[in-house]
Design a protein around this ligand. Structure first.
Ligand code: COA
Length: 169
């Protein structure tokens, strides 16, 4: 059975390979430190039959956006700066890619973000796609690229709520 849980020292971080060294390095060297310092939260997707093997991971953090950088139509709705959740990283192990695991983690990241929105208030999710192909991946979940930097994308809170309502039906 697949399960998503917080990253801990018992997970085998060193064997994880998603094909992007920056994303491997973050998981192997930085993610736990950031958890301990409260900077971000990293969750891993595992199979309960082999619970130390990391099939994929994602990282969430809080940040502030300068709202004039948001996609057209959103910039004018908010004060100059506003709080958002940031999907800082999302990666699936190379041998497990294109089997829907990225989508499972995306839905979990959205659910967790909605809970943040209900408790402290944020205007949506922000993501730095880092790579052009990842940009297309995020767009299929409703993320909208920023005009200034198309590798940075925004999912407004209303779209997040609508996506979660659709997923519940
Ligand atoms: C991008 C990534 C997280 C997607 O996860 P995944 O589990 O492979 O993707 P899913 O199975 O959930 O979805 C796959 C579908 O998304 C679509 N898609 C669009 N762009 C895609 C992309 N760059 N990679 C994978 N799928 C993509 C395809 O339609 C695909 O369906 P298909 O296999 O029927 O063609 C994963 O491939 C990965 O870790 N890549 C390397 C690291 C990376 O680039 N991370 C994102 C930057 S932070």
């Amino acid at each position: 059975m697949l399960r998503i849980e917080p990253l801990s020292r018992r997970h085998d971080r060193n064997s994880f390979n998603c094909g992007k060294s920056a994303l491997n390095d973050y998981l192997q060297k930085i993610a736990l430190q950031h958890i301990e310092k409260g900077i971000s939260r990293t969750f891993v997707l595992i199979d309960t039959d082999a619970p130390t093997k990391i099939l994929g991971y994602f990282t969430l953090a809080g940040c502030e956006v300068v709202t004039r950088d948001l996609p057209a139509g959103y910039a004018g709705k908010y004060p100059a700066k506003a709080p958002v959740a940031k999907l800082a990283r999302l990666a699936v192990s190379m041998e497990q890619q294109r089997q829907g695991l990225g989508a499972i983690m995306m839905v979990e990241a959205m659910k967790r973000t909605l809970s943040v929105a209900e408790n402290i208030g944020i205007i949506g999710i922000f993501v730095d796609a880092k790579y052009q192909n990842a940009r297309e991946y995020y767009e299929q979940f409703g993320f909208i690229a920023l005009l200034e930097d198309p590798l940075e994308l925004f999912l407004p809170l209303q779209s997040l709520i609508a996506a979660m309502e659709a997923a519940d039906q």
